[in-house]
Every structure is written in structure tokens, then in C-alpha cells.
Design a protein around this ligand. Structure first.
Ligand SMILES: Cc1cc2nc3c(=O)[nH]c(=O)nc-3n(C[C@H](O)[C@H](O)[C@H](O)COP(=O)(O)O)c2cc1C
Length: 184
């Protein structure tokens, strides 16, 4: 069974990011996928300081919640990253989460992530899609570097208020269909 893991990087519960990631997961579940999600703000995820203990077969020196997520990531076929644009980049908690993917940047651990599919969902307030360029590029480059496949980038411009994305029927439909197609 296809396993899909949603990663919600907004601190605003039930906000636009949460809604979009949940829609992708709904679509995946409609095809029988097994879905799970992590609301990052509920957890303690410290910044990577590059000690590289994880490259020596040791557990991350940070001893925080990220250690329990590595196995969840490894067990998933598809990762759905969601973050709003915060000052033209991802949120700090999403960036901390991505930084901890250094774990996968050694030959022993790379094979645990290589070939997985990834989707990125990004809501933001400005109407101009260019506001999301730097955020998209961070994901494109990092996912590509890790030898994963970025299959879809879902942008939701023009959504500022909590839940504003619920008015964007076409975007919600696209989110659902992305999940549906991936899990097929
Ligand atoms: C600290 C902060 C920084 C933001 N920076 C931007 C920005 O640079 N460009 C933009 O279009 N929207 C920006 N926004 C608006 C959010 O991207 C927008 O409200 C988004 O829908 C929030 O998603 P959420 O409901 O999942 O938290 C910012 C919001 C906050 C709180």
C-alpha cells in the first residue's frame, strides 16, 4: 500500500497550509493510500549544527523529536511538504525540518530516501506568484539533491486570512487530484 506523509510547516493549525496538505492526503486516501501527517509546530525540532554524528551511524546529537520522524520518512513513499511563504522563504520550523535532512546526505542513509516522490504546497498572501519563487527553489534544489522526485508544486497565491484557501475551489480540486494521481 502506498504510504503518504504530510508535513505541515505552518504554526497556524487548520490554516491554509494545513487545509492544502489535508486535501492532498484526502485525494491519496481515495485511492486506498495509507496517510499520516506531522504538524511540525507540535514538536521540538532543533536546528542542525552539522556535527555529522548521523553520518557515522549514530543517533542525531540533538535528541529531540526529529529522531522519531526519520523512520516515518523512510517508511513513506510520498512526502507532502506544506509551508506558507514567510518573508519569501519557508517558515523557520519547516527550514529546521529540511536542514535535518542532512541525515540523508551520506551514502549509507541516502538510499533510504532516494527515489521517493515529493509534493510541495505553498499558500501566500500576495497575488503575484513570484512571491513564492525563493521558497519553491529551496524545495526544488533540496529534493533534487537528495535524488527524490518532485512531482508537483501547488501554489496558492492571494490567501492571507486563516482558511481563505477554502474559497479557491480550483486550487483545492488540484490538491485533491495531485493526491489521487500520486497514490494510483
Ligand atoms: C511572519 C509572516 C511572514 C509572511 N510573509 C509573507 C510574504 O513574504 N509574502 C506573502 O505573500 N505572504 C506572506 N505572509 C502571509 C502568509 O503566507 C499567508 O497568510 C498564508 O496564507 C499563511 O498560511 P497558513 O494559514 O497556513 O499559516 C506572511 C505571514 C507571516 C505570519
Amino acid at each position: 500500500m502506498t504510504k503518504v506523509l504530510g508535513i505541515i510547516g505552518s504554526p497556524r493549525r487548520n490554516g491554509n497550509t494545513h487545509i492544502l496538505v489535508n486535501k492532498v492526503l484526502d485525494g491519496a486516501r481515495s485511492q486506498g493510500a495509507d496517510t499520516d501527517s506531522i504538524f511540525l509546530n507540535d514538536f521540538n525540532i532543533k536546528e542542525c549544527d552539522g556535527c555529522h554524528a548521523c553520518w557515522k551511524g549514530l543517533e542525531c546529537a540533538k535528541k529531540d523529536d526529529m529522531n522519531s520522524f526519520y523512520q516515518k520518512i523512510i517508511d513513506s513513499d510520498i512526502l507532502v511538504f506544506g509551508t506558507p511563504v514567510y518573508w519569501y522563504g519557508p517558515t523557520a520550523i519547516m527550514k529546521a525540518f529540511i536542514d535535518r535532512f542532512v541525515y540523508f546526505n551520506c551514502p549509507e542513509n541516502r538510499e533510504k530516501i532516494r527515489g521517493k516522490s515529493a509534493v510541495v504546497a505553498i499558500p501566500f498572501e500576495e497575488d503575484d506568484e513570484k512571491a513564492s519563487l525563493a521558497t519553491v527553489e529551496i524545495f526544488e534544489k533540496s529534493i533534487n539533491y537528495l535524488e527524490m522526485n518532485l512531482t508537483d508544486v501547488l501554489l496558492a497565491p492571494g490567501v492571507g486570512e486563516k482558511g481563505a484557501v477554502l474559497e479557491k475551489k480550483i486550487i483545492l480540486e488540484r490538491a485533491y487530484n495531485i493526491g489521487k494521481m500520486l497514490a494510483r
